[in-house]
Design a protein around this ligand. Structure first.
Ligand code: BDR
Ligand code: CA
Length: 310
């Protein structure tokens, strides 16, 4: 089977890092490039972190392109309360020995997607600034598929209404959802059932150098989730769910939906309004939305693939 070509547009970030490693470890997908965006931390740090993680996974040959340094309208904010000062606090990861490419992320995306006649699956796991800029600057560029980590049918995590990635740049997200492409939203409704427990972490800790670093990432990441989400049995692996969905679509149940982003600037700014019931006068489906996941099988995939990196 030919692997699906994917590009991760990310803001590492602990769960972005696991998404990158899952992609590297999985023969079903080919990670052809990585673009970075400001989100969990500044663009300098997300870019540096992407390079460090690719090096950890032995894939420094995969090119990294630096993207947008701030959202369209909302003042920039970061998630250091979740990911720490570096964006990847926990393990002692050395600085990268490689650097990013000279081309801007948005220009790279346009170039790569055109060169492949659109046959690329884009996986944005941070704010959607780069992707919205791509469509604004290069309207002819139509990736085959977009699988987005962001949003929620139910409650948010950055505010009661909004999930962090959409909250961080709502106007960009709105532009992407209304673009009319094959778009799948992987929101908190699913990722809060895609959990890594302490027992999973211990299995990875014993599985070589990469597993040990991932376990140390999980130790740090779990502290926040244990205190904010004591009702969850583990830490949500938000971003890896998107990669897992491309690897094995049977893991996650999806429904057609109309998805619209609240850009009002009020208390629900950045909320995804998701209609999968076909309510009148709302809108025809413009996306698919994840509504359920086999959490056990997902967690086994993570442990197995991370452990395979040695
Ligand atoms: C999303 O926000 C970030 O903190 C994570 O990396 C993930 O992409 C979850 O809301
Ligand atoms: Ca992320």
């Amino acid at each position: 089977m030919t692997p699906t070509p994917i590009i991760l547009d990310c803001d590492p970030g602990h769960d972005d890092a696991i998404a990158l490693l899952l992609a590297i470890a999985s023969p079903e997908v080919e990670l052809i490039g990585v673009t970075t965006v400001a989100g969990n931390t500044t663009i300098d740090k997300t870019t540096n972190n992407a390079l460090r993680i690719l090096e950890l996974g032995g894939r420094s040959d995969i090119p990294v392109y630096r993207g947008a340094d701030k959202p369209f309208i909302r003042p920039q904010d970061i998630a250091d309360h979740v990911h720490g000062e570096s964006g990847l606090d926990g393990p002692d990861l050395p600085p990268p020995s490689t650097r990013e490419q000279d081309l801007h992320a948005v220009d790279y995306l346009a170039q790569e997607i055109r060169a492949r006649d659109g046959k690329v699956t884009l996986i944005p796991t941070g704010p959607l600034t780069n992707i919205a800029l791509l469509f604004a600057l290069h309207p002819d560029v139509r990736p085959e598929r977009i699988v987005i980590m962001g949003g929620s049918i139910g409650e948010g995590n950055r505010t009661p209404a909004a999930e962090f990635n959409i909250w961080a740049d709502p106007e960009a997200a709105q532009r992407v959802f209304l673009e009319g492409l094959d778009t799948t939203m992987v929101g908190l409704d699913v990722t809060h059932r895609a959990l890594i427990t302490d027992a999973h972490t211990e299995r990875m800790r014993g599985a070589g150098r990469v597993g040990k670093v991932v376990a140390e990432l999980m130790d740090f990441y779990a502290r926040f989730h244990k205190s904010r989400y004591p009702d969850l049995a583990g830490s949500p692996m938000h971003d890896p769910v998107c990669v897992a969905h491309v690897i094995d679509p049977s893991l996650m149940t999806v429904l057609d939906a109309f998805i619209d982003v609240d850009c009002s600037g009020g208390p629900s700014w950045g909320r995804t309004n998701v209609d999968w019931r076909g309510r009148e006068h709302f809108g025809d489906p413009n996306a698919k939305v994840g509504v359920d996941i086999d959490g056990d099988r997902f967690a086994e995939l993570i442990v197995e693939r991370i452990s395979s990196l040695g």
